[in-house]
Design a protein around this ligand. Sequence first.
Ligand code: LLP
Length: 438
Amino acid sequence: MTAPSAPNAPLAALPGHPHLHRLDGQLFIEGCDLNDLAARHGTPLFVYSKAAMREALAAYQRGFAGRKAQICYAMKANSSLAILQFFAQEGCGFDIVSGGELARVQAAGGDLRKVIFSGVGKTRAEMRAALEADIACFNVESEAELTVLNEVSLSLGRRARVSLRVNPNVDAQTHPYISTGLKDNKFGIAHEEALAVYQRAAALPGLQVVGIDCHIGSQITEVAPYLEAMDRVLDLVDQIEAAGIALHHIDFGGGLGIDYNGDTPPAADQLWALLLAKLDARGHGQRQLMIEPGRSLVGNAGVCLTEVLYLKTGEQKNFCIVDAAMNDLPRPAMYQAFHGIVPLKEGSQEPSNPDDLTVYDVVGPVCESGDWLGRDRALQVAPGEVLAVLSAGAYCMSMASNYNTRGRAAEVLVDGDQARLIRRRESSADQLALESLL
Ligand code: LLP
């Protein structure tokens, strides 16, 4: 995870956002002026670049050229229907973690035979829905889950294809909340127990063992934890197959990080060049592979536009109060995460006279001191101006809530000079629709 707070980087170095650029003093995403989008659709507004998603996906596709590999987009990163539709059209499958996500894949026209179902707490109803949809594979995370999945599939007269998520006990060197491959995490089956659980799975009539899976964490910026996890998984593959259980695929999960604040994760194709070299060296290069990337496909494709409501200067701190809040952008409050914040108006961040800059905490209207989007940001802004919160494509809209009865933001997908509203702003009526008085 990145440093909690640091001054904004100069505009020339918009971290990781090649599709954001200045033209005639305005900030554009691809061919669309962000000020125009804010004026047309209001704020807070998420805006995504299709070209940025396409490029992020292309890096993986280059990395896997000539290999048998299925990219299953981890849709928890951003599950908006049009985003799913884009990845489906590009040939991706999906990594889902709930019945709700399955319904989204169905609504977006995704290929159900490319869906894998992860997560430690699948319910019987979710298992049934996924079996009826004939998804590719369940990534099973415990022996207890195996037993239930076996029962549910027998009751439907089916055999569930399963892969066991093994926990390689590798430190992904990321924020504790998003590190998942260590022994004390709730995820996966311990390395030492994996063979015995595979033998049990292979003996259950409602299950068909098809693969092995691991995922060690998120926002990983180093190659070493991946290489280490791969070695551990391949040790298991060798043991499991020596015991007579064939594995059709190996799933290496997701987790590759993005540049939030000068982070330098490897590019997806560079990472996979190294991982595939190891696979080749260990004699597994021609295997069917699967991966579950989320953040690295969408994170830096999106920004969140927010209007400055009030400036409040104090003895200790100055506050820039904006109309987006922790319910729209929960990552700073939850993980002390850093997102770049850039005024749309040119010069607002690098005025000719640096004395014009004021250091603010950029905060939202929610009634919590934890409702901040950026700390100690040097800005020259006025009420009514619009700011862009960067790297907001992943784990922002999909984690948004209605806290303080705030409607969720609208979303726009940009393709060249075309901008499409892909989700309208949630109204109070939308929020009240599910409830009833006594
Ligand atoms: N596969 C599994 C089993 C996962 O649990 C996850 C993410 C992924 C794939 C995708 O990982 P990615 O490629 O996006 O790193 N809300 C947090 C991130 C939570 C990640 C949870 N699991 C954040 O905002 O940083």
